[in-house]
Design a protein around this ligand. Structure first.
Ligand code: R1P
Ligand code: URA
Length: 292
């Protein structure tokens, strides 16, 4: 029996577009670039030779077009993994659910999804301007813990090692972290020779969860020191951002290939930040467009 999705579970707008993204099934390409900042969407699409649709709703701005003959959809997710839950589920619905019958399709499509983001560097070796490919992500956001099959796709050995290393007790930083791999083939192709490979911690916030203390003290004042000293099978934690774990995790569970690459805009060891990054992220965009 085919799976049927009720109107309350998969919400479809009157114009046959999906509830939040406002995209229609025929408007989605197999290659998808996700960016956080809606302002980054026109920057990516400026490289397209043709545009076939340009749709906006809330923080979700999508443009589908072609780059060197490749059909690509670029879409903004806004900030945070809660939006990634919406974006990944709606992208998959556009690809793999028939909007007329509300049933899962017989032939499932696999999307190649690359997130181009910004991040905070956690080692001296990744100064501002470095491109980092997240080989693995540690999700502090808790999202994957709500989905069945989570333990089948997560790196439970690294999860255990990380939890022991952090020595959190009681309700300190309570979400159970999950550890998820990016798609290895896509990561190799997109990261090439010019990106640093590392473990990324994806946080459910920019301040406390990333160990930034303004006027509220942190639950664990030693959080970042411990994160920076963690090492597993030769890999160190290189950076903080806020979406890679949810992108990799939901893509794995849905049968899509995903990876995240970010440009470092702040280095937490050197205590420096580059606020002029919007002028330089185009180089990373160009690399991804050529390799996706
Ligand atoms: C925080 O400033 C935002 O920047 C990073 C984080 O993941 C978070 O979304 O990514 P983007 O530049 O893609 O938004
Ligand atoms: N994005 C983040 O999530 N953290 C940083 O430090 C910089 C960009």
């Amino acid at each position: 029996m085919k799976k049927y999705f009720e109107p309350s579970e998969l919400i479809i707008n009157d114009d046959n577009s999906v509830f939040h993204l406002h995209l229609k099934p025929e408007e989605l390409a197999d290659k998808v670039i996700l960016v956080g900042d809606p302002g980054r969407v026109p920057t990516v699409a400026a490289h397209f030779e043709e545009k076939e649709c340009d749709v906006e709703n809330r923080e979700f701005h999508s443009i589908t077009g072609t780059y060197n003959g490749k059909r690509i959809t670029v879409l903004s997710t806004g900030i945070g993994c809660d939006n990634i839950d919406i974006v990944l589920n709606e992208l998959d619905a556009l690809a793999n659910i028939d909007f007329q019958t509300r049933e899962e399709k017989d032939q499932l499509r696999m999307l190649d999804i690359v997130r181009i983001g910004t991040c905070g560097g956690l080692q001296e070796t990744v100064p501002e301007g470095t491109f980092i490919a997240s080989v693995k992500s540690i999700g502090f956001d808790g999202l994957l813990n709500f989905y069945g099959g989570r333990n089948d796709v997560c790196d439970l050995e690294l999860e255990d090692a990380f939890i022991k290393h952090m020595q959190w007790t009681g309700n300190q930083c309570i979400q159970h972290p999950y550890v998820i791999d990016a798609n290895a083939e896509l990561t190799e192709r997109v990261a090439g020779d010019d990106m640093v490979r590392g473990i990324t911690v994806a946080c459910g916030g920019f301040f406390g969860p990333q160990g930034r203390e303004l006027r509220i003290p942190l639950a664990d004042p030693h959080q970042n020191e411990k994160i920076m000293s963690f090492e597993h099978k030769g890999l160190k934690i290189t950076n903080f951002e806020m979406e890679s774990s949810a992108v990799a995790g939901l893509s794995r569970l849905l049968g899509h290939r995903a990876m995240t690459c970010c440009m470092v805009i702040a280095n937490r060891v050197a205590h420096r930040a580059n606020t002029g990054y919007k002028n330089t992220i185009d180089h990373l965009i160009q690399i991804v467009l050529d390799r996706i």
